[in-house]
Design a protein around this ligand. Structure first.
Ligand code: PLP
Length: 408
């Protein structure tokens, strides 16, 4: 086994390293081509504007949108805020009811709680035990006053993938706007705003090997034309919906990251599955008292029967790179400490400094014991077979060791 010289990174749901090809694409825009994309009077401005529009085109093409439907933001948190607050303000005359789920990211939950305090009526739907929303529950929650449904594409903790096509079709039939936070789904499963009847979609660069602090919001421009009110006012950039000097290197990096994720979808897809399933198989074949949180692990042989990686990804109920386990009798805190040179997390990163357990696991009614012994493994493009082998062995050793100490 090659020597392990640094902590092995298996926390790819919280962020990912920047791909070298992304960094190379970004670098000129910090120094030589440093212009403001809004400057129309000289070459520095044009040299910044053209790559922005190229990135916009590329991203739009990849998700089935047109370029004027893409707004650049500072990340998925801002995209989610803009989508929810922007729609809520613009459609107030039509209704004040918004439907979401209890397992959403905090940037959805907290934004909607705030709208709730301002007089909006928010329904937080529970999901099934595996974290997947039942579209029948959604159908029952719709009222005359409902304007918007916001359901995440894939969950950042337990990797569950929602029936986005069914939800999109239902919203379309009922004349409701449908927003989805696709931050974890992009690059892992097929995402297309037309095939799935999505009206608004949030994405972030740093979850797909791009830079932190940049993301985008897709806003449908016809059938229907979606209106959103600006949440950041100023110079009128991004069609007046999101003012502020554009983050040129970041946006170039976001475009490049998405382009690579799209071109290399097939190899990434099978890579994630192979490593994730190896880790799962090894742990389950050697340890008792392990519980899988979230949907079941799909078998590669079954998925290979599909015509392509894209088709296979449409069958998934769980992100190909996600593994979320609870080890009986082992506290997550002790496990993480004992794993030392392996970077994993318990709950979501945003909450890991808090004592409070993850709101997603709580929403699934997992008992406290299991929540406090849960660990999330997130496989990334840069992980290798050797690393997964090392991690699997280390998990076996660590769990056996911690359980033995507890016996004494
Ligand atoms: C990471 C994440 C976000 C937040 O994205 P930022 O770009 O870091 O603001 C939102 N939703 C989901 C599902 C995420 O995984």
């Amino acid at each position: 086994m090659p020597p392990i010289t640094k902590p092995i990174y298996l926390d790819n749901h919280s962020t990912t390293p920047v791909d070298n090809r992304v960094l190379d694409a970004m670098l000129p825009f910090f120094t030589v081509k440093f212009g403001n994309a809004s400057s129309r009077s000289h070459r520095y401005g044009w040299e910044a504007e053209i790559p922005i529009e190229n990135a916009r085109n590329k991203i739009a093409g990849i998700i089935g949108a047109s370029s004027k439907e893409i707004l650049f933001t500072s990340g998925a948190t801002e995209s989610n805020n803009l989508a929810l607050k922007g729609v809520a303000e613009s459609y107030l005359k039509k209704g004040n009811h918004i439907i979401t789920a209890t397992t959403e990211h905090k940037s959805i939950i907290e934004t909607l709680r705030k709208l709730g305090r301002k007089g909006f009526d928010i329904t937080f739907l529970p999901t099934r035990k595996d974290g997947i929303l039942d579209p029948d529950d959604l159908k029952r929650a719709i009222t005359e006053r409902t304007i918007l449904v916001s359901i995440m594409f894939a969950n950042n903790e337990i990797g569950s993938i929602n029936p986005i096509k069914e939800i999109g079709d239902l919203c379309k039939r009922k004349g409701l706007l449908f927003h989805t936070d696709a931050t974890q789904a992009i690059g892992k499963v097929f995402v297309n705003v037309n095939e799935y009847n999505i009206d608004l979609l949030s994405g972030s660069a740093h979850k797909i090997y791009g830079p932190k602090g940049v993301g985008f919001l897709y806003v449908r421009s016809k059938n229907p034309k979606v209106m959103i009110s600006a949440q950041i006012n100023g110079g009128g950039q991004e069609r007046g919906c999101r003012s502020g000097t554009l983050n040129v290197p970041g946006i170039v990096g976001c475009g490049k990251a998405l382009e690579i994720a799209s071109k290399e979808f097939k190899s990434d897809f099978w890579h994630y599955l192979k490593l994730r399933n190896e880790l799962y198989d090894k742990i389950f074949s050697h340890l008792d008292g392990v519980l899988l949180n979230g949907p079941k692990i799909e078998k590669i042989d079954d998925l290979r029967k599909q015509n392509s990686a894209i088709e296979a990804s449409k069958c998934l109920k769980r992100l190909p790179n996600n593994l979320h386990l609870s080890f009986n009798g082992v506290k997550s805190r002790n496990f993480i400490e004992a794993m030392g040179d392996v970077a994993v997390s318990s709950g979501s990163a945003c909450e890991s400094t808090l004592i409070e357990p993850s709101h997603v696991l709580k929403a699934l009614n997992l008992d406290d014991e299991l929540i406090h012994s849960s660990i999330r493994f997130g496989i990334g493009r840069m992980n290798t077979n050797e690393e997964i082998d090392f991690v699997a062995n280390k998990v076996l050793f660590t769990v056996n060791n911690l359980r033995a100490i507890r016996q004494r």
